[in-house]
Design a protein around this ligand. Structure first.
Ligand code: SAM
Length: 268
């Protein structure tokens, strides 16, 4: 492995197996050739969310393309906790931050939902996914969170799977602290299937909160006495859940990849 220093890490769609050929699109070919200045024979790491992580060697570049040959496997596929983030979309910049941080924090699905006070009323799913891909490449994840179809909150709730707890992040005074709720959950039930729900910048409408708390799978949780921006609330709630119920707990840290210095990704 020391003979083949890895120059970057890329998410690809193709199957990965020894000797498999992988083609890269124009953007990735440009990044490898002109930004990282890689050449034929240089090694990159590739993952696809199914087959673990592999070293792949650059075979060559053409006009707007690059081809790789997959060599040895570096890591087996692992699993991420079964945790969805359901959130009201935010303005550009803040929603990019949410996609990046939630991916780093290990969510398995990002699901934008429209609440009564949600602004904006559209989501660019391609952009959301591109941010998630870049974050997964950078943070050593072996998967990219799936994207839930953006829908009104009531439609999402109408089809909600009964066995998945939905932790509703509700502002100060409305809910028990998240740490208390997760610690008191019956053994094994906090760790999933689970989802966190974070409202829009204007907060949930009172009638929305009234409807939410009547649902059997909804558990209101508080994140302290201060009103957090929605993007802050996402990170705070994910940190609490991961440290108390997810893969920051003792068993989870065994799955950490061996340390190595950060490697560049197209995000840099
Ligand atoms: N309703 C608030 C207001 O206008 O005063 C603002 C909502 S806050 C900016 C956005 C979202 O973050 C909320 O809907 C909630 O889901 C979450 N949030 C913020 N602070 C929170 C806290 N202390 N505890 C739990 N959730 C919080």
């Amino acid at each position: 492995m020391a003979d083949h220093p890895i120059k970057t890490r890329l998410f690809v769609d193709s199957p990965l197996a020894d000797g498999q050929s992988v083609g890269l699109d124009h953007e990735r070919a440009h990044f490898l050739r002109h930004v990282l200045r890689l050449d034929r024979g240089d090694s990159v790491a590739v993952f696809n969310g199914r087959d673990g992580e592999w070293r792949a060697a650059i075979d060559g570049f053409g006009k707007g393309w690059c081809s790789l040959t997959v060599a040895e496997q570096r890591r087996q596929q692992d699993t991420t906790p079964d945790l969805w983030l359901v959130f009201a979309p935010l303005k550009k910049g803040r929603i990019d931050f949410v996609a990046e941080k939630a991916t780093e924090m290990g969510v398995s699905r990002l699901w934008p939902v429209f609440t009564r006070r949600t602004d904006p009323n559209r989501v660019n799913l391609d952009r959301l996914r591109a941010n998630a891909v870049e974050a997964a490449e950078q943070c050593e994840r072996l998967s990219v969170p799936e994207m839930g179809e953006p829908l009104p909150l009531d439609r999402v709730l109408a089809g909600w799977p009964a066995d998945r707890k939905l932790y509703l992040c509700a502002e100060a005074g409305n809910a028990r602290p998240i740490a208390e709720v997760l610690k008191d959950a019956p053994a094994g039930t906090a760790s999933g299937p689970a989802a966190l729900l974070v409202g829009p910048e204007g907060g949930f409408d009172q009638s929305e909160l009234d409807e939410l708390v009547k649902l059997p799978f909804v558990v209101p949780v508080g994140l302290g006495p201060r009103i957090l921006r929605a993007d802050t609330a996402v990170v705070a709630a994910l940190a609490c859940w991961q440290s108390l119920a997810g893969d920051w707990t003792a068993g989870g840290s065994d799955r950490r990849p061996p340390f190595r210095a950060p490697i560049p990704s197209p995000a840099d």
